[in-house]
Write a protein that binds this ligand. Structure first.
Ligand SMILES: O=P(O)(O)OC[C@H]1O[C@H](OP(=O)(O)OP(=O)(O)O)[C@H](O)[C@@H]1O
Ligand SMILES: O=c1cc[nH]c(=O)[nH]1
Ligand SMILES: [Mg+2]
Length: 210
């Protein structure tokens, strides 16, 4: 597994406001959207392309276009939905699948309550969207399901990651073609399984009280 922490002053600036407990839901959603676009730029560095011949008004030349089959983008509901628009703005032809997952507050185990994805993902590149990589339990289940369906290249875009979650993914997904792109690798998890310093509950902040 590869991990890429996007080191850029604009990312750090937006993330700081996102973390701030005074940031209201509308601002939180806007910043999450903007951050995804910056992460997506890095995350799609190896998106598959093919050569194409075109004519400019001046001459003939060769360029590239995204190749088939189209990439699949999978937001993990609920909080991952806040990353979808920013991602498909960069990849407008991508197909979108959905996974609904919830983490039990006491046991921290995640379970799947919705699954609407193509059955056959053979040869597909998949981008998973989930703002928080905490224990990593959610992403392990999600990525295993994608690989079981045949995905051969999975990139997870996370706003924040905890070292414990990254280690868990490395252990559970060893040898699988997985990359994690994140805006920051935080310090640790607290006793409730929240990322420290983190930003709190991403879903609540995105869709909760203003
Ligand atoms: O790495 P993990 O320890 O598995 O935790 C991360 C998950 O927890 C949060 O989801 P939550 O269960 O709060 O659902 P929500 O998005 O509906 O709020 C978050 O959005 C991730 O999906
Ligand atoms: O810090 C955390 C951990 C899991 N899920 C969240 O939304 N925030
Ligand atoms: Mg939540």
């Amino acid at each position: 597994m590869r991990i890429h922490v996007v080191d850029h002053p604009l990312v750090a600036h937006k993330l700081t406001t996102l973390r701030d407990e005074r940031t209201d839901s509308p601002t939180f959603r806007r910043l999450a959207d903007e951050l995804v676009t910056l992460l997506a730029y890095e995350a799609t560095r190896e998106v598959r392309t093919e050569r194409v011949d075109i004519r400019t008004p001046v001459t003939e030349t060769t360029g590239v276009r995204l190749s088939h089959p189209r990439p699949l983008v999978v937001p993990i509901i609920r909080a991952g939905l806040g990353m979808l628009d920013g991602m498909v703005r960069l990849l407008p032809t991508a197909e979108v699948g959905f996974l609904g997952m919830i983490r039990d507050e006491r046991t921290l185990k995640s379970s799947t309550y919705a699954n609407r994805m193509p059955e056959d993902l053979s040869g597909r590149q998949v981008y998973v969207l989930d703002p928080m990589l905490a224990t990593g339990g959610t992403l392990v289940v999600a990525i295993r399901e994608l690989i079981r369906r045949g995905a051969d290249d999975v990139t997870a875009l996370c706003l924040l990651a905890a070292p414990e979650g990254v280690a868990h993914l490395e252990e559970e997904l060893a040898g699988t073609p997985v990359t994690v792109v994140t805006a920051a690798l935080d310090e640790r998890l607290n006793e409730d399984g929240f990322i420290v310093p983190g930003l709190g509950d991403a879903g609540d902040r995105m869709y909760g009280t203003v």
